[in-house]
Design a protein around this ligand. Sequence first.
Ligand code: PMV
Length: 312
Amino acid sequence: GRVGTGHTRAKAILVGEHAVVYGEPAIALPLASLPMRATARREDGPLTLESVLYSGTLADAPEVLAAPRAAIEATLDHLGLPHHGITLSTESTIPAARGLGSSAATAGALAHALADLVGRTLTPQEHFDLVQVGERVAHGNPSGLDARTTASTEPVWFQAGEIRSLDLALRAHLVVADTGVHGRTRVAVADVRSFRDRHPARGAELVAALGQITRDTVDDLALDRPQDLGARMTRAHGMLAELGVSSPELDRLVGAALAAGALGAKLTGGGQGGCMLALAADATSAGTIAAALRRAGAARTWLHRTDARRPA
Ligand code: PMV
């Protein structure tokens, strides 16, 4: 019979994580090299999921799939589909729980696959609302940045749930490196809240400064100012560390990237594990930095061109 398909991709937050929870803007990039492909097909029996993380009935899926599961159930209800007689599958190499948006990418691709199965196309708002059902399960009060960016094919400015596209002239390379340690977005978001409770003035100052870094980054991207962007990224890392969301592994990789010639480096996403980003002036430098990061303990690295607008 008919097979429904859906496509999303991983994302990296360039600047603005955590501050975005308090209404500041953030800039995020879809990562074309880490796509997610989902299918949905009718098959007798219980609602089933086949993925690299787990294959079996959705009802028995492990905790790491709690967010996509909630989004899938919301999508079935939204489309008026039964909670049985469908087999879902995903294909992706996005690492789970590393701050690259794997849960939002999974939920979004499956929501589209289910809609496609019944000949429907989700609007961006429907997509957002359904993915957010899952993201709220993952960490309480999600800004919506993952839900929006994993559905986008272009870098986005994000604020208060809405996105807009960016003028992008920057010709640089980003190295994404995985610490190999699970990110802890829920705990990190709670820790920032507790920092703000204990140090209201400094907390507000850091959140505002991170927001200003995001605003200034817009011009760095539009005017091709890699040096300025790099300096801003490294400053943002220091502020995020002060808020309590870095980790020894992240700090080590940031240091190794800078020592290997990165223009700047910072953690990305929720932090306390997960991934970091390093900005490189050119492809040769990006290769040198990636090798240095792996020597410093990175489990994996990916290269991303900042002027890559569309997935290849
Ligand atoms: O860990 P990730 O990639 O899901 O990113 C979380 C980003 C935060 O700003 C820390 C939280 C949020 O809801 O935006």
